[in-house]
Design a protein. Structure first.
Length: 90
């Protein structure tokens, strides 16, 4: 990398401001990526992706891969509520 030569403090300040904005953009991209990863890292998505990968091998794979997300969206809250009720009842 070649050294830059500045003729005034204004040029240095401008370059620092540009670097500051670039740093903020990179940080926001990282935050957005982590947020999207957290959103996608759910039991429903993991199972759906796993079933989707093996849907050609599973008998009636297309039907199974289409119905699993629906069933999981209904089953997981039910199981959570069931455990919560058991916990309160003990």
């Amino acid at each position: 990398m070649e050294n830059k030569k500045y003729t005034s403090y204004a040029q240095i300040d401008r370059e620092l401001e540009i670097l500051k904005v670039e740093k903020e953009i990179s940080y926001q991209k990282l935050v957005f990526g982590v947020k999207k990863t957290k959103e996608n890292f759910t039991p429903q998505n993991i199972v759906s992706d796993l079933i989707g990968t093996y849907s050609s091998v599973i008998p009636y794979g297309a039907i199974v891969s289409a119905s699993v997300p629906f069933v999981l969206n209904k089953a997981i809250p039910f199981v959570k509520d069931w455990f919560a009720k058991r916990k309160r009842g003990s």
